[in-house]
Structures are given as structure tokens and as C-alpha cells.
Design a protein around this ligand. Structure first.
Ligand code: MG
Length: 373
């Protein structure tokens, strides 16, 4: 393995864990973080949480789990090529969506509405709350006691008021400092992963058509390339040949542009990365094509009537569950009642956010059996 760049995050220049622990015997500190995340309860729940398509719609669509694995794969490729810490990017990528509610963004909006007078709900902060507090696995501490830089990477964005509450971890939002290059990589790897897999899932579901996508330049260009190389190939194989080229083009563009920016900024250590402008990014041309693809997906897929109908049902399930538990906390499973007695509505939000799609639907059926459709 090539040596890490001097501005990479490593065990030696890390700000460490909130609670000191003896160093791991056969792993790096960030491998240990990755392993703690993989063994967590919240990680296993990702398998049954909606990315775009509600979990029961089909077995071949992405879930939050397969999405997170794709993000980790892309992020590791980029990190390794730039001599950055690929264990850290893997840990961040696998944890970045732990705080998502069931039913995707509609679920988050519903829960945020329910909590609007009590601090709101935001999946990004919830991911941090899970790794800092909610996981109950270790004798010595709540949460997973992760390294500072893993937590920094999970907290992608944060409003100033919340940043003040978060102390050291929130400080970069108030001082306008950048996170590590590893965290920056995960943000872009997330985008590359979902834009491309949503094209693939959109076509598979029949909600998107090749005809529509031929108007999107990134797709059209790579489909033309795939057709030129394999004139006889059609159907799913052609789609895959197109999507894999799109991912490759975006990753290679990101690598070249980021290496150029890093060299131009002349950063020599991690402190300089924090003060520099964002160094991981696409060229202007790729950024524009990426934006075009995102806009297309928003209009044609995320706001497709069939997606909205499913997620809207999810929104209703969450709002009604919240209201039922708020009115009568004894409806909650026994083990959550002490948390509600001390933590109030936040504990109800934690419980609902932790549900998988199918668990939420079952709970809803249990409470509203007579009225459910
Ligand atoms: Mg994501």
C-alpha cells in the first residue's frame, strides 16, 4: 500500500475518541470505527429502509444498505488513488445514512413536522446521534465512541444554532472551515452513487425511459459510446454498459480535478486542508452535467406520481404513529418507556426514525388495524 499523503487523516494526527481507549491490536483506529459501524444495530436496519423505492416494491432496487456499500466502494477508490485514508472514508460512507427514517425523504419531512416545536428532525444529525448516543453495545460508553474525524465526516451539514450546541464538532460550521479530504470525498461519492443508481433503478422500474434519458447529456454521451463499442447489445446490458461508463467518467474527472486543486493549494498538512477551499470536486464541465442529471431525476423520478404515492403513504404512517405515541406513551414497546419518561418527544422520534419500512407498516397496522387500508 502506498504511504498516505501528509495531509491525509491518520491515527497519529487524529483528534481521537471522546473517551480514551487502548489502541487496537491488529487494526488501525479507523478500521476499528468501520468495524463498529458494521456491527451496529442501525447498520443492519439499512437493509429494509427506502432509498427511492419503498422496500416492498421489488427485490432488485437499491436500499439504504446497498446504496451505502456503493458509496463506500466509490469513496475507497478515490481515497486510495489520492493517497488518502480509505479506512476512514469507508467508515464515513457506511455510517452516513444511519439516521434516515423509513420511507426516504418523505419520512424525514413527516418526522421533522412532528418535531417542529421540539428541535425538528434531520437525518444527518440523527446519524451522529446514533453513533454518539443511541447504540447500546459497550459497557464503558453509550454509542460507538468513534474517532473525531469519522464523526466530522458523518456531520455533512449543520445549522449554526445546532453547531453551537455540538461544541468542538460543530466549530467548523461557525468558522467556515472545511472537513478532511476524506469527508469531502464521501460527499461526492454519495452523489455519484445515487445519481447513477437512481438512473438504473428508474429504468428498471419503468418510471424512466431511454427516450427521456437521451435528453440528458451525461447519459446520452455514454450510451452512444456503449452502442458504438457493442452495436448488438440492447436492454439491461446496454443500460449497465452506459451507467458503468458514467460512473467511471465521474470518478476519473473527480480524481483529476481534485489532484489538480490539491497541488494548486499546496497543502502540506491536515490543518491547511481545514483552512483551504473545498479541494475535492468535479471540473466545471462535469459539475454542470451532474447538475443537469440531478435536475432531471428530481423532476422525472423523485416527483413521479408513483413514487410520490408510495412515499406519501409513508408520510401518513409516520405522522399517525407519532401522534399515537405522543398521546399515549404506553403504546410504545416496554423497553422504550423509560427513555420517553426522561427524553419526551425526542425519544419517540428516535424510536420512529429507527424503524425499517416494514416495521413501521406493521406497527401502524397493530395500532390502526380497524382503519388501515
Ligand atoms: Mg446517501
Amino acid at each position: 500500500m502506498p504511504e498516505l499523503a501528509p495531509y491525509a487523516v491518520g491515527d497519529a494526527n487524529s483528534r481521537g475518541r471522546a473517551q480514551g481507549e487502548p489502541p487496537p491490536a491488529a487494526r488501525s483506529e479507523f478500521q476499528r470505527d468501520r468495524d463498529r459501524i458494521v456491527h451496529s444495530t442501525a447498520f443492519r436496519r439499512l437493509e429494509y429502509k427506502t432509498q427511492v423505492f419503498v422496500n416492498h416494491e421489488g427485490d432488485l432496487f437499491r436500499t439504504r444498505l446497498t446504496h451505502s456499500i456503493e458509496v463506500a466502494q466509490i469513496a475507497r477508490t478515490v481515497a486510495r488513488a489520492l493517497r488518502l485514508n480509505d479506512d476512514l472514508v469507508e467508515a464515513i460512507a457506511l455510517a452516513h445514512d444511519l439516521g434516515h427514517t423509513p420511507f426516504g425523504h418523505a419520512g424525514q419531512e413527516a418526522l421533522n413536522d412532528c418535531m417542529r416545536d421540539d428541535g425538528g428532525f434531520e437525518h444527518n444529525l440523527q446519524s451522529l446521534r446514533i453513533v454518539d448516543r443511541l447504540e447500546e453495545r459497550y459497557g464503558a460508553f453509550d454509542g460507538l465512541n468513534l474517532m473525531f474525524e469519522t464523526r466530522e465526516g458523518i456531520l455533512k451539514h449543520c445549522a449554526p444554532a445546532k453547531a453551537r450546541e455540538l461544541g468542538e464538532l460543530g466549530r467548523r460550521f461557525l468558522e467556515d472551515h472545511r472537513p478532511s479530504l476524506e469527508a469531502q470525498i464521501c460527499n461526492l461519492a454519495d452523489e455519484i452513487a445515487y445519481n447513477n443508481h437512481d438512473v438504473d433503478d428508474g429504468l428498471r422500474s419503468g418510471l424512466l425511459t431511454l427516450d427521456q434519458l437521451s435528453g440528458v447529456s451525461l447519459f446520452a454521451r455514454h450510451m452512444a459510446e456503449a452502442r458504438a463499442e457493442f452495436p448488438a447489445v440492447t436492454g439491461r446490458r446496454l443500460i449497465h454498459e452506459t451507467v458503468r461508463r458514467m460512473i467511471g467518467a465521474q470518478v476519473n474527472d473527480l480524481l483529476a480535478e481534485s489532484a489538480r486543486r490539491i497541488a494548486e493549494a499546496g497543502v502540506t498538512d491536515l490543518a491547511e486542508v481545514h483552512r483551504a477551499p473545498t479541494l475535492i470536486g468535479f471540473t466545471a464541465a462535469m459539475h454542470a452535467e451532474n447538475l443537469e442529471l440531478k435536475r432531471f431525476l428530481r423532476a422525472a423520478l423523485y416527483r413521479h406520481e408513483r413514487v410520490l404515492r408510495e412515499t406519501d403513504r409513508g408520510r401518513r404512517v409516520i405522522a399517525e404513529l407519532f401522534e399515537a405515541f405522543r398521546r399515549e406513551s404506553r403504546l410504545l414497546p416496554q423497553q422504550y418507556q423509560p427513555a420517553v419518561a426522561t427524553g419526551g418527544l425526542r425519544a419517540i422520534a428516535d424510536y420512529i426514525a429507527g424503524m425499517t419500512d416494514r416495521y413501521a407498516i406493521r406497527e401502524h397496522r397493530r395500532l390502526f388495524a380497524a382503519t388501515d387500508d
